[in-house]
Design a protein around this ligand. Structure first.
Ligand code: HEM
Length: 212
């Protein structure tokens, strides 16, 4: 049967781009700049002093589990993953939820030291709460066998995996192109990323075939 336009799958393209981003995040944070020197440099003069060793260990865990969340979520969005590989989908789903929980936990530790001070800390804490509530809502839906709602809420949850990418994109544009100070750019970038991760799933939801 010929595929109609609506049935065309964007999954391989999206999966390829996400795989590239994962590779970039791992290489950048564990090989190129394992001491996060570039990032820490922007924290000079902040009121709350960084416990660099502990902060770095937490950051490694944060980045590691963030990558696991991104990869496991991606696998579960693969075409008919639920119908064809139900056991894998369930196990992998719990891996995703555990990773989200650990990213939120590590983020909770780092939030008070966030670049930009109190305003950024508040933004990260809000993100933490929203991500947890949305992910748990997705879990509750599937426990009650509501597959459509589960899928909708998982798309909302998965959008949060793009937070760091979006923050850096906005920061780059505002700092490098608009010439705003780095800290201002980062703080605006954080809130802009938050708006985008909340709104984007509402726009792509009506055409969720794009993901499958
Ligand atoms: C899932 C994809 C994510 C990845 C790959 C990721 C990665 C990173 C990395 C590499 C950093 C170090 C600083 C930088 O280079 O930006 C960082 C910092 C941080 N991340 Fe994430 N992150 C992710 C998602 C999140 C989410 C969803 C939250 C909040 C709910 C969060 C909260 C934080 C906090 C609080 C910091 C410290 C920021 C600062 O010190 O200014 N991250 N993250």
């Amino acid at each position: 049967m010929t595929r109609t336009r609506r049935q065309l799958s964007f999954y391989p393209l999206i999966a390829g781009l996400i795989a590239l981003y994962l590779l970039y995040a791992l290489v950048q944070n564990f090989i190129v700049d394992p001491g996060a020197d570039t990032f820490i440099h922007h924290k000079a003069g902040q009121t709350r002093e960084l416990q660099t060793k502990t902060w770095l260990t937490v950051l490694y865990l944060h980045v590691g589990f963030a990558c696991v969340a991104m990869a496991s979520g991606l696998l579960n969005f693969a075409a008919r993953s639920y119908e064809r590989h139900r056991r894998f989908h369930r196990l992998n789903g719990y891996i995703y939820i555990t990773s989200v929980f650990l990213v939120v936990l590590t983020s909770g530790y780092m939030a008070p030291y966030a670049t930009g001070g109190k305003i950024s800390s508040m933004g990260f804490n809000l993100l933490n709460i929203l991500w947890l509530v949305i992910t748990v809502t997705a879990l509750v839906h599937i426990r009650r066998k509501r597959i459509r709602q589960h899928r909708r809420w998982m798309i909302r949850s998965y959008a949060f995996c793009f937070t760091n990418l979006l923050i850096h994109l906005f920061t780059f544009v505002l700092h490098q192109l608009v010439d705003l100070p780095y800290i201002t750019s980062y703080t605006i970038g954080l809130y802009a990323a938050m708006v985008l991760v909340l709104l984007a799933p509402e726009v792509i939801e009506p055409s969720t075939n794009a993901l499958s």
